[in-house]
Design a protein around this ligand. Structure first.
Ligand SMILES: Cc1cc2nc3c(=O)[nH]c(=O)nc-3n(C[C@H](O)[C@H](O)[C@H](O)COP(=O)(O)OP(=O)(O)OC[C@H]3O[C@@H](n4cnc5c(N)ncnc54)[C@H](O)[C@@H]3O)c2cc1C
Length: 455
């Protein structure tokens, strides 16, 4: 067992924790990062495979995520564009398969008009929201009491339009049912991405990938920090007073002037606190729950859809795999399709044995791309619900009424403790860009606090 003092302890070596530790170390302060897993990156994770690197977690970067893009450049990583040439595929409410090009959905004029109206209204609301305090909007209480589903019903009587807008926010982003979160939560998500139109535009949110995998951002930050980052060391308990804290791990004890808890809010309660966290902080975390999504990747000898003039992009609110993209590796002739299965569909598939789950997934891909989709040479699933240090994916969101009831009292600062992960970011919420921003902002607060306490 080791025991020593350092200026700052960071719990968690995801991008939030590593970004914070980088700034603290750059400022000449002593810092230690304890990471429970045997790898850094958290929700960024790439596995080497016979089919090349397979990204099991986060992977895409938007052009407006400049904090992340700048860091990718600084770390010497190369990016490439997601393949998107050719026709997209949509399966409509009648189960018909439609190929189309361009931005406009292949639906009736009435459905398209309704989607456009809903999009314009969500863009208008998102433009009014301050992502750092959405609860301060004058209509926040009303918007937070209304589930996103009920709002859609109140705004549109076109079922296919409602189903598609719900798909973009619920299944594709918060990975929950649209009745599980509020209009305010949906609009805050849109605002954090710049606008609702940005959020639903695959050419923006799924624009670039990093050659070899986005996890390298975390890996390279960690490499620069060297022995500051300790793997396979889990924080079990934090004992704190107004000005100091002690972190007990499964390998030792560290006292520090500040502790940054850079883990998703839903797993904070797996760490003991003595004294207990203030009730309003613990309650706020309890009202932030993870969504549920399974990411699946099917590998083929070649990208057969490209030869058929298809982009590999396909989606449907009525399919178990609700969205699919070409995810082939950089300069690799093998083809990879990535798909996502969310909320109730994910829960149902998680109960199946792996062979049956694979059959359901491949059948769904076949409905989009035809029988060649069955000819896989590799198949990968990432089920983040089974990862007990994350307990779901992509991230956490508030239940109906939670943002206004608990957002302002979330108090990510408690004495010498700071809490932060991409789940608590304003700009870049739920994304790696947000993890970077919140990590840096926690670091600058703590550095200021250290100067004050010495003054
Ligand atoms: C399938 C999937 C796809 C995604 N796609 C994208 C995408 O395309 N683009 C994008 O920008 N974002 C995407 N995301 C989201 C993105 O990956 C996350 O927002 C971001 O990586 C979160 O970083 P973080 O550091 O805040 O948290 P995390 O990455 O969750 O890091 C927290 C760390 O804390 C550790 N930890 C937890 N408890 C303890 C403890 N008690 N002691 C020590 N360590 C502990 C964990 O092991 C983990 O390493 C995706 C996520 C998933 C899961």
């Amino acid at each position: 067992m080791t025991s020593f003092h350092t200026d700052v302890i960071v719990i968690g070596a995801g991008v939030s924790g590593l970004a914070a530790a980088t700034e603290i170390s750059r400022a000449g302060r002593s810092v230690r990062v304890v990471e429970a897993r045997d790898r850094v990156g958290g929700r960024l994770w790439t596995i080497p495979s016979a089919h090349g690197p397979i990204e099991m977690g986060g992977q895409w970067i938007s052009p407006n995520q400049d904090a992340l893009l700048d860091l990718v450049g600084e770390l010497g990583l190369e990016t490439f564009s997601r393949y998107r040439a050719g026709k997209n595929v949509y399966l409509n409410s009648e189960g018909e398969r439609v190929e189309y090009v361009g931005e406009v959905m292949p639906a009736s004029a009435a459905t398209v008009a309704s989607i456009d109206r809903l999009t314009a209204e969500l863009d208008r609301l998102a433009a009014e929201i301050d992502v750092d305090e959405p609860w301060a909007h004058q209509s926040a209480p009303a918007m937070d009491q209304l589930s996103f589903r009920d709002w859609l019903y109140s705004e549109s009587d076109d079922a296919e339009a409602r189903d598609n807008i719900a798909l973009f926010v619920a299944a594709a982003m918060l990975t929950k049912q649209p009745s599980d979160f509020s209009l305010l939560q949906a609009v805050t998500l849109a605002a954090s991405a710049g606008s609702f139109s940005n959020l639903v535009d695959a050419d923006i949110v799924l624009d670039k990938r990093v050659v070899g995998g986005l996890h390298q951002v975390a890996q390279r930050l960690s490499d620069r920090l060297g022995s500051i980052v300790q793997l396979e060391e889990r924080a079990l308990e934090v004992r704190w007073t107004g000005r100091r804290a002690t972190v007990a791990t499964d390998r030792g004890e560290y006292s520090a002037s500040a502790v940054l808890i850079a883990v998703p809010p839903n797993v904070v309660s797996k760490i003991g606190f003595d004294p207990a966290l203030p009730a309003e902080t613990a309650q706020a975390f309890a009202h932030l729950s993870m969504g549920n999504v399974i990411k699946v990747q099917a590998v083929y000898t070649e990208s057969f859809w490209r030869a058929a003039g298809l982009s590999g992009t396909a989606f449907s609110p009525y399919e178990v795999v609700h969205e699919v993209y070409d995810n082939s590796s950089y300069l690799d002739s093998r083809g990879i399709l990535v798909g996502f299965i969310s909320d109730v569909d994910a829960a149902r598939l998680q109960d199946l044995e792996p062979g049956k789950r694979r059959v359901e997934v491949l059948n769904s891909l076949t409905r989009y791309f035809g029988p060649l989709a069955l000819d896989v040479i590799g198949f990968y699933e990432s089920d983040w619900k089974s990862e007990t240090l994350t307990d779901g994916a992509y991230g956490t969101s508030f239940d109906v009424g939670g943002l206004t009831a608990y957002g302002a009292t979330l108090q990510p600062r408690v004495g010498p403790l700071r809490f932060g992960s991409s789940d608590l970011a304003g700009e870049g919420y739920l994304h790696v860009d947000g993890a970077l921003r919140i990590g840096r902002s926690m670091a600058s607060e703590v550095l200021e606090q250290l100067v004050h306490s010495e003054g």
